[in-house]
Design a protein around this ligand. Structure first.
Ligand SMILES: [Zn+2]
Length: 70
């Protein structure tokens, strides 16, 4: 239909290697991180370049937890 769909692709977490999903519009970032690793090292990433990392965060966790940190 010509419209861009919200597809996601399988990628691997750059820290632990776990398979996660990444929206295809996020594929331009260099690294992907699963939520487990985000909980461990997310603060470090935030201090560096958070825009370069896609983090696979469950929506409900995002609402409860992440928004207040960011
Ligand atoms: Zn991971």
């Amino acid at each position: 239909m010509g419209m861009k769909e919200n597809n996601s692709v399988k990628v691997n977490c750059g820290w632990c290697g776990k398979e996660i999903e990444c929206p295809d519009d996020m594929l331009k970032v260099k690294k992907h991180m699963c939520y487990e690793c985000f909980k461990k090292v997310g603060k470090e990433i935030k201090l560096k370049k958070p825009e370069k990392v896609h983090i696979d965060i469950p929506t409900k966790e995002l609402e409860e937890d992440v928004i207040k940190k960011y």
